[in-house]
Write a protein that binds this ligand. Structure first.
Ligand code: FAD
Ligand code: SF4
Length: 561
């Protein structure tokens, strides 16, 4: 029998990542009593190793097969390595399943305070009405139940706190924000930017990224040491563990329960209300209950929906908040398997070992299917590119002795770009519970069904072709392009399986991420995205979350919840 606790909170927040951190900060700073349930362990500056050389590690960070033994999926993305592996889920203990013909790599499953923001790539871009109202422009899918003006003040608020470096470019479809000074482009990147604008009219800009160039709130500016995914002792990139969660805890109104693996939302047997959470203590495997007036799920898209599906009751037999039958459907991520690279003149750049390493590069704004231009014939929506220049030693130089040493120092300078494209929401991309598999805590796991459609395949090919076109326009040499199928998918931007909408028959959440069915139950991560535009999602996750928290507080004030 679960052990009963007498604690009662105003709000329970599940998950301490990008969304959960903001929910706790916003609500605790307003005076609400918040319980933060986080499946992972505590994060601390002591775990950060961004300055630790590989030769100090047992396996010199050269033995992925050791990490692969417990994390065969997580290790596929390089940020899970000998430095960081114990921040990630043990894939054997917490599996998921897929149909044999639809492989899906669910990477970036963190189990530590801060969630994915410990290791994220930090690219932070606004959506525009061209995204929120895309269905009105091209007829596919549904519009979001909110528009740019609704979220704009929250983008401002979040950007000022998080600290986003970037340049104003005046693009209507990629709105400018409250930027810190941009990190300057390298000479190669500037050359590429100018040539691409001049010859093709496309916009290449310094990446908009959550790395500080000016100090804020006791956090220091980035000193370009490079491997942000190992943590940052100066707190120069945004990780909710040392920003939003720390602020929430400092109020004295927020209690963090680590190693609390949430199994289900508990419903009041007499009323249509959530009354709390059943979770498993990961250390003891004991079940525990905790109660609150409101429950907010922020556990990451698939994890939150797994909790809702596992919370079925006789009254809600196909999962909580699922009267529409839509829960779990319309899974989207990004396709990022097309791009290219080419060599550029060195412009005096010299390779170095252990020199300053810029942790961000360039972003190329979407240029397909925009307003005031004819629709692109091959696919709907669009993609942007992330990329960077590099200057490497010429390790492959031929010869021996003096000649080799000289040739080695001749820099190999190149630019590489990778497309990030929108995946159209489709009913047949979905998650469900696998009735035959449980994790080591006894919680049923997800079965994920996801594959590319025609639109994605055509987009990936264009990512490759357009990369070649831009590199050529900029005069690159030895251009190499690629277009791979995107399954197993690895874009890490999953969204949309508890979609927002105005119509409760076709959606799970309203525009404030409140479930249509249960007024005191919210899902404030990317589950609610009605579509998944090509811009990286996290800035919008955070802005939406703050907006929804403000709505929640106004509803609590007028006793409407
Ligand atoms: C390598 C990598 C690079 C990325 N790069 C970018 C980028 O450049 N730009 C961008 O916008 N986005 C990027 N992302 C995505 C970004 O990190 C996520 O969009 C964002 O962190 C999602 O926030 P979230 O709150 O939904 O989930 P998370 O930040 O993942 O937090 C979820 C938390 O919930 C906890 N949790 C899960 N299940 C349970 C449970 N049952 N009970 C209790 N707790 C639970 C987890 O332990 C975790 O701490 C990247 C992600 C990765 C992994
Ligand atoms: S590169 Fe900058 S943000 Fe990244 S770990 Fe180093 S100091 Fe921190």
């Amino acid at each position: 029998m679960p052990q009963q606790k007498n604690h009662s909170y105003d709000v329970i927040v599940v998950g301490s990542g990008a969304s959960g951190g903001w929910a706790c900060k916003r609500l605790a700073e307003a005076g609400l009593k918040v319980a933060l349930l986080e499946a992972g362990r505590l994060q601390s500056d002591r775990n950060f190793t961004e300055h630790k050389p590989a030769f100090e590690l047992k396996y010199r960070n050269r033995a992925p097969e050791i990490v692969r033994k417990t994390r065969p999926i997580q290790v596929k993305f390089g940020v899970c390595n000998e430095y960081t592996f114990n921040w990630f889920v043990n894939d054997l203990e917490e599996p998921y399943t897929t149909p044999a013909d639809k492989p899906f790599d669910w990477m970036g499953r963190l189990r530590v305070t801060g969630g994915r923001t410990n290791v994220w790539g930090r690219v932070s871009l606004r959506f525009s009405d061209w995204d929120f109202k895309a269905a009105s422009f091209d007829g596919h899918g549904e519009n979001w139940p909110l528009g740019y003006k609704d979220i704009e003040p929250y983008y401002d608020l979040v950007e000022k706190y998080v600290g986003i470096t970037g340049s104003a470019e005046g693009l209507e479809h990629l709105p400018d924000g409250q930027f810190q000074p941009p990190v300057p482009l390298t000479c190669q990147e500037t050359f590429f930017r100018n040539r691409v604008k001049e010859k093709l009219g496309r916009t290449v800009m310094p990446a908009r990224s959550a790395n500080l160039t000016k100090p804020i709130n006791g956090r220091g500016p980035c000193h370009f040491c490079g491997p942000c995914e190992r943590g940052c002792m100066t707190h120069s990139y945004f990780n909710s563990a040392f920003t939003t969660v720390a602020d929430a805890l400092n109020t004295g109104n927020c209690t963090l329960l680590s190693n609390a693996m949430v199994h289900k939302v508990l419903m009041d047997p007499d009323r249509n209300r959530a009354r709390g959470i059943l979770y498993i203590d990961r250390n003891t495997h004991h079940a525990r209950e905790i109660y609150a007036r409101t429950v907010i799920l922020c556990a990451q898209t698939q994890e939150s929906v797994r909790i809702l599906l596992n919370s079925a009751t006789p009254q809600h037999s196909n999962g909580l908040a699922n009267s529409s039958g839509v829960l779990g459907h319309y899974l989207t991520a990004h396709v990022r398997s097309g791009g290219g690279s080419g060599e550029f003149p060195a412009f005096g750049a010299r390779p170095s070992l252990g020199g300053p390493s810029k942790p961000l590069g360039i972003y190329i704004a979407r240029f397909r299917n925009l307003q005031n231009a004819p629709p692109y014939k091959k696919f709907l929506r669009g993609f942007g590119y992330e990329g960077e220049s590099s200057a490497e030693f010429n390790w492959k130089a031929p010869g021996f002795g003096e000649a080799y040493k000289k040739a080695l120092l001749e820099p190999r300078t190149s630019i590489g770009i990778t497309g990030f494209g929108e995946v159209l929401p489709r009913w047949d991309n979905f998650v469900e519970l696998d009735p035959s598999v449980k994790d080591i805590y006894g919680i049923p796991v997800l079965k994920i069904h996801m594959s590319d459609g025609e639109n994605e395949r055509a987009m990936i090919q264009d990512m490759s072709d357009s990369a070649g076109e831009m590199l050529e326009a900029a005069g690159a040499k030895n251009i190499r392009t690629y277009a791979h199928p995107s399954a197993p998918r690895w874009a890490l931007h999953e969204a949309g399986i508890a979609r927002m909408g105005a119509d409760p028959n076709k959606s799970v959440l309203n525009q404030f991420q409140q479930t249509h069915d249960i007024k005191n139950l919210f899902v404030m991560d990317a589950s609610g995205f009605t579509s998944n535009p090509c811009q990286n999602p996290t800035l919008t996750i955070m802005a939406l979350c703050v907006r929804s928290c403000d709505y929640l507080m106004s509803e609590l004030k007028r006793n409407a919840i």
